[in-house]
Design a protein around this ligand. Sequence first.
Ligand SMILES: *Cc1c(COP(=O)(O)O)cnc(C)c1O
Length: 461
Amino acid sequence: MEIKQLLRDLPKIDELLKEHIVNNELNFTMRTIVVETLRETIDRYRELILSNSIDEYSKKDILKSFLELLEERKGSRLKKVINAAGVIIHTNLGRSLLAKKALENVVNVVDNYNNLEYDLKKGQRGSRYSHVEELIKKVTSAEAAMVVNNNAAAVMLVLNTLCKEKEAIVSRGQLVEIGGSFRVPDVMSFSGARLVEVGTTNRTHLYDYDNNINEDTGVLLKVHTSNFKILGFTEDVSLEELVQLGDEKKIPVIEDIGSGTLIDFSKYGFTHEPTVQESIKKGVDVVTFSGDKMLGGPQAGIIIGKKVYIDKIKKNQLTRALRIDKMTLAALEGTLKYYLDEKEAIENIPTLNMMLSPKSEHKKRAQRLKRKLQSKVKNFKFALEEDYSMVGGGSMPTEKIETYIIKVDNNEFSPQELEKKLRENKTPIIIRISGNEVILDVRTIFDKDFDIIVDAFVSLD
Ligand SMILES: *Cc1c(COP(=O)(O)O)cnc(C)c1O
């Protein structure tokens, strides 16, 4: 049929509202949603007609599409996606995935009443932080610990407690922006601390700190520049030197270590990344880090260090606004438990497992996915190649993890078009484009999702 005719024949909203299926739907669903969905359905048909993708349709087709679209709209907007991009701690895709025990702990705690703020021994009001404090102390060897919403909140709380209306001395080379929303200078000004920048972008010396210490100095702050590295003619003051200076002048040394690595990755062939335990051992007074980066747990900000300071921080009224909820606590406890045995942690915490699982394992998995794709999809070519995955989350910026990828080739879609199509799949598939090629990195794809990927390509075939 002619395009004009097809367009003219598209039913009107009022007409569709009279259809039994639609009318029935109005018994359960808000009218505005039904009308919006009808409009969107018609718009989609109009597009299909204009792009010559269909040359006929029936009212039945339209009603079927309407029901599908309505189903989609009633479903969750926040939903599962498949990470085929090979970035392990993908900030846009929810960072770390929870380990099994963490998930079980969450379900058990939120599905029941619990002792969130109840001391079962004394039979009286308890502290929500007590549940994880002992565990954090054990794992990190710190004297005391406290947990808040995220690491940005942790840094702000620490500075607000120890450095309000005082000066925080920090190296110019560490005034970083992380993930587009954490800017060290901004967080410092929210906290009420005055920023004193010392040194230069590439070189800061101990005397730069020393020369700026006065009666207004509140803390010496070190920020781990987790998402970039300055190479070449650089000089930085070591943690040991800073701690020594702080000790001499009786000024606490605070470290925002960012990623919060509890495992020494150099044992597994990575370049050395400072661990939380090392900072404590070197005598840093207060250390803060994220729960959902390299630690592999829920979003949280963990504050550890000397008891005198942590006690002060716990008493700050701001904690009430920054406190974590029971789901986070349950997830954090479940995650930290694994760290009592490093092997258990690596095996069970998805972030660690994805980082450390051997390349050979992923070769087999990539071969399996490729075979599945080739057996069902005709118009795409799939090639197995070696490549690199990234840690992500502003962690280990220069570290490349060897992996296997599937390169996708076809004559119909450009890489950008294919990226969009896969992103618009019912379960969105997020890929990476390298050069001019679409790439699926199996390191961050689960076996259980292979069939979803195959089906997505089948529907584009
Ligand atoms: C990621 C990061 C932050 C922010 O942590 P969130 O948990 O995302 O709030 C702060 N400082 C450093 C050094 C970081 O790497």
